[in-house]
Design a protein. Sequence first.
Length: 158
Amino acid sequence: MSQNRIKAIAIGGGAAGIASQVPILNILNVLCCALIVGGAILAVYLAFRGEDATESPYGAGAGIGALSGVVAAVVGTIVSIPVTLIFGNVAAETLQELLENDGIQLEGAPRQMIESFAGSGDSIGALALMTGLVFSLIVNSIFGALGGVLGAAFFRKK
């Protein structure tokens, strides 16, 4: 893989990973992982910009997009640590509030699982961090590949 493609993957994936953790902006990921797809399209644009036409631009685009999705997952996980420390784990706190407001009393393992996802005090639950990373690696690589194919359709050289 060329240096140009590696830089493109790092820029596209890094941008998507950071944007995915910015409060309010991260809502765009609800729309079919739009930030991840956008990061992959950016990566393909940057990669194809300095290269000659390839025989299989869609395969190359999918590969570049999938790798940018992996980078986005790792960067997003790293960036989520300070964001969660500053703003709190909104998802886990909301889940706890919903359960308590509906009068559902959880005991044992389910309660411990929710508490570990919420973390304790100012800490972040390690289980939540690792689960989020694994989930993000899978989902981001799939949507990144989709974005890569779209990027190849838009920016391929004929």
